[in-house]
Ligand binder design. Structure first.
Ligand code: NAD
Length: 440
């Protein structure tokens, strides 16, 4: 279902009318393409207070692609190093650094504030660093014109190199629909990258629910980035699955992920092992709890959560998921905020978040594997096209970017998690929701 309002506000008459009526003005989001792979202008590197990472950050930013400058008339990105801010008074330097430049940020620009983890031992440092979260979330809501704002927290003692894959992602058109996020990095050393244009070359990925929607887009983006992809979907979707897989030079695996032998069949389909496991398959069976029969409850928990737990455990234990591997699960903002008529779905998606947070440190220590989740907001797919009109319109507009996301927005996020250089990104739940008001 096309977003007709977005189309309308893209015309001169539509813009005039909707402005007069005080209606939302969604900006045209510039996404990645071969023609526009980077931001359309320089990135300004600012420092709130001299920090241990200032010099290394300059080197990392210089490697990221866009030109880096101390000032620019119309920057496309702003990176503020606030890692050394450790007092309430020090927050004045954040205001002083960003206040003069924020207005000049180009439409669709990026602001990334670099912070560090709030300290359990120093409540002044913790207050100042936590303050950055409120700051970033508010700036995301007011900045407008398709611009986005994130907080990236470095682990204590970690260098800026751990942040390179994340900075490249956030300072690019690939992160167009992500805003107001707080991403915490560990101090894990980044894995090697031979070619940033094909960071997944030589890797094998399995994507569940890959016949259509978000899963098909994930398969496509992972293949674009160099991975060999195995596309899994239910046998009933075999025709669509084969078409998707053929288009990408991928392997089709018709299989119900809830089948008892699912993990064994996946292991057999990837005899040399897997590097990337994307749990994307998901279903809804909406009813209010009072009207919900046990089978609708059980189906959703089984597909969205239990099969994720079972296959994750089996593929880690039988060694199919190789050292340095990546597990990415699909949560939802419904799993954060809850949703009327979705006790089963929201429980399953909140369960996914619990799985990620608990398993991430152990999987990294035991298998060198990271575990993260995307939490999509309103994404334009068949699942959301089936939502009743008024709820659908509210879902589309109630976010800082005033529009729904596209499957590719979720796919780009998963591809960033999947990179060998993203070793420091672990245990994160990143919302791909245009900074939705739900669960904010
Ligand atoms: P979709 O319904 O378009 O696609 C889901 C795919 O999963 C289908 O191809 C389906 O056949 C497959 N699938 C379902 N059960 C399966 C099973 N037992 N075994 C194997 N494959 C199975 O949905 P989508 O919108 O692309 O959603 C993809 C994921 O993103 C889901 O986990 C969904 O919960 C999540 N999500 C979507 C949105 C959104 O706005 N579209 C928002 C939040 C979360």
């Amino acid at each position: 279902m096309a977003d007709r309002y977005l189309h309308l506000t893209g015309t001169a008459t539509g813009r005039f009318l909707t402005r007069r009526l005080g209606l939302p003005q969604p900006a045209h989001l510039r996404r990645w393409s071969l023609e526009t792979p980077t931001l359309p202008g320089p990135v300004v590197h600012l420092t709130a207070q001299d920090s241990a990472v200032t010099d290394e950050l300059a080197t990392v930013l210089a490697a990221c692609g866009p030109e880096v400058a101390a000032r620019a008339d119309r920057p496309a990105g702003i990176v503020l190093d606030a890692t050394a801010v450790d007092t309430a008074a020090g927050l004045g330097a954040v205001h002083a650094a960003l206040h003069p430049v924020v207005r000049s940020l180009a439409p669709g620009g990026r602001v990334v504030v670099l912070g560090t983890r709030p300290s359990p031992e120093d409540h002044h440092q913790a207050a100042a660093q936590q303050a950055l979260e409120g700051f970033v979330r508010s700036l995301g809501k007011e900045i407008g014109r398709g611009a986005t704002v994130q907080l990236l927290r470095l682990a204590p003692g970690a260098g800026a190199a751990a942040a390179e894959s994340t900075l490249r992602f956030l300072l690019s058109p690939r992160s167009a629909y992500i805003s107001g996020q707080v991403i915490e990095l560990t101090d894990a050393a980044p894995g090697p990258v031979a070619d940033w244009a094909a960071p997944l070359a030589g890797r094998t990925a399995l994507v569940t629910g890959a016949a259509r929607g978000i899963g098909a887009s994930v398969a496509s983006v992972l293949a674009r980035d160099g991975a060999h992809v195995i596309c899994l979907d239910v046998p009933q979707a075999q025709d669509e699955l084969t078409r998707t897989a053929d288009r990408l030079g991928a392997t089709a695996l018709p299989l119900d992920i809830t089948a008892d032998d699912a993990a064994g069949r996946i292991a057999a389909a990837a005899p040399d092992g897997l590097d990337i496991l994307v749990h994307n398959a998901g279903i809804t069976r909406d009813r209010r709890l009072a009207n919900m029969p046990a089978d609708r409850w059980a189906q959703v928990i089984d597909v969205n959560l239990d099969s994720v737990l079972r296959t994750t455990d089996a593929l880690l234990e039988n060694g199919t998921l190789r050292h340095g591997g990546r597990i990415v699960a699909t949560a939802s903002i419904a799993g954060i905020a809850g949703n009327n008529g979705q006790t089963n779905y929201a429980a399953s998606k909140a369960g996914v978040i619990g799985l990620v947070r608990s398993l991430a440190p152990r999987a990294a220590a035991g298998h060198g594997v990271t575990v993260n989740a995307v939490a999509p907001g309103f994404i334009e797919t068949r699942m959301t096209a089936a939502v009743p009109l008024f709820i659908r319109e509210a879902g589309r507009r109630m976010n800082s970017l005033s529009q729904g996301g596209l499957p590719v927005d979720v796919a780009e996020t998963i591809a960033w998690f999947a990179q060998p250089a993203s070793s420091a990104v672990n245990g994160q739940i990143v919302r791909v929701c245009g900074q939705s008001l739900l669960g904010a």
